[in-house]
Design a protein around this ligand. Sequence first.
Ligand SMILES: CC(C)(COP(=O)(O)OP(=O)(O)OC[C@H]1O[C@@H](n2cnc3c(N)ncnc32)[C@H](O)[C@@H]1OP(=O)(O)O)[C@@H](O)C(=O)NCCC(=O)NCCS
Length: 187
Amino acid sequence: MSFKLTPVAALAADHAAIENLLDLAFGLGRRTKTSYRLREGSMPVAGLSLVIRDSEVGLAGAISYWPLVVGKDFKPAILLGPLAVHPARQNLGIGRALMIESLAAAQRLGHQLVILVGDAPYYARVGFKKLPEGLLQLPGPFDPARFLYLELVEGALQGVAGMVLPPFRQAELSQTELSAALTQPHG
Ligand SMILES: CC(C)(COP(=O)(O)OP(=O)(O)OC[C@H]1O[C@@H](n2cnc3c(N)ncnc32)[C@H](O)[C@@H]1OP(=O)(O)O)[C@@H](O)C(=O)NCCC(=O)NCCS
C-alpha cells in the first residue's frame, strides 16, 4: 500500500484535492447539509486541518474543524468535519488516525469542546457521545441521534446551551435572545 498512517498539515495547495475527496466520499449533495451552514463565513480552525498523502490516489484522507459560538453567552466550541477517506482506502485506519492526531492537537491548542453531526457508532470509537436532546440547536434540520460531542477538558459541556452558529453570526444570538424577551407576555 502506498500510504503511511501519518497525518500531516494540509497546505493551501491541497484545497482542490480536498474538495474532490469530499465529493467522492459524500457525493455532490453534501453542501446542502446543516453542517455546511455552520462553516459559512469562517476559516478552518488553525492547526487542525490534516491530510494523509498517498502516491496512488493523491489524498487518502482529510479532516478539518471550524469555529463555533453557542448560545447567548457565546461559548466557544469547534465543529469536527468534514472527515473523509478515499473510497479506495476506507477501513484501513485512516479516519481513526486523522481523528486521534487532530483531537490531540486541538487539546494542546486549548480547545475544550468538539461537536459534530455524524454516525454515532463510528465517532463513539474515539469518545464522542450523543448530546442531551434539546440542549443545543442548529440552524437547519438534523437528526438528534447523530448530534454528538466530545469534551477535551472535563466538564466542558457544562453551562453550554442554545443555538450553535459560526462566529460571524454571533450578533443573531443576542438578537434572538432580545426578541424572545420582547415577546414574553406581560404581567
Ligand atoms: C466514515 C469514514 C470517515 C471512516 O474512515 P475509515 O478510515 O474508512 O475508517 P477507520 O479505518 O478509521 O475505521 C474502520 C472501522 O470503523 C467502522 N466504520 C466505518 N464507517 C462507519 C460508520 N459510518 N459507522 C459505524 N462504523 C463505521 C468500520 O466498520 C471499521 O470497523 P472495524 O474496525 O471493527 O473493522 C470513511 O469511511 C468515509 O469517509 N466514508 C464516507 C463518508 C461517510 O460515510 N461518512 C459518514 C460518517 S459521518
